[in-house]
Write a protein that binds this ligand. Sequence first.
Ligand code: GYE
Length: 315
Amino acid sequence: MILPFRRLQALFVLALTFLVPGVVAKPIKVGFAQTGAESAWRTANTQSMKSEAEKRGIELKFADGQGKQENQIRAIRSFIAQRVDAIVLAPIVETGWDPVLREAKRAGIPVVLTDRTIQTADESLYACFIGSDFYEEGRMAADWLAKKTGGKGSIVELQGTPGSAPANERRRAFADALTKHPGLKIIDSQSGDFRRSGGKEVMEAFLKKHGRAITVVYAHNDDMALGAVQAIQEAGRKPGTDIIIVSIDAIKEAIQAVVDGKINCTVECNPLFGPKVYDTVTRLLAGEKVERKSFNKDELFDSTNAAAVVASRQY
Ligand code: GYE
């Protein structure tokens, strides 16, 4: 196997440290192109990536994409120009990455996808993926709802960022699961962009349009669910009682809302995978084989188990 130049270089530095006493290895340089700061989940993910890099003495170049793919593409180009050892990308949307990933490949810099997946015809453009199974999360949410409601309800859906893997997969899985429950219907669906303000605004519009016909909110993340809670309260109704709310992420504030009876269920999507990402980067740079797709294990929280975990929740 012919190793790309960057990897050879990293191996050489590694070897030197052991062979020549007194020679200190250069720290690994990692560029991380983050989507932005749209949610509490995202803040926890950024924090995990930054604190773990610091703990391990990894030089992290962090770029906040501010919700725009073109910013993330620009960041990747700048990481290539700075000759980082590896690039970590949390792709805001699924499509449109091939050209810039080809540039990274040509430069011999491995790309680790985290959090969200991409669609590409050339799977060799990234080394591996680390994150959650969004389809499985949507399925868990729908199954829980079917049990809770006995298969009856009029649902409004708060979608995440259009074109993003979690919005696409959580929507698809939920819709697929509902085909088994003809009494559960999605009566409206719109994007709140994974933001609390977005969830509140869209929910206000839904309440105006559909009034008391709404019996369920399915939010693609907790920030939007918490925004919907506010909108429902301001409309003089009781979230969690008059309207059932099911959501995804399981941030501490949402688990607290489950304890308080304002959200009924939240499916976990764990953002604390900094350690797993750097373990993988280190192994890649040492020329080891890594798992192609690695999924975090996610749980579900409702009134039966939320109180037991809320105090120790880390995000
Ligand atoms: O659910 C949401 C965030 O991609 C899994 O993005 C992530 C999602 C998460 O903004 O809160």
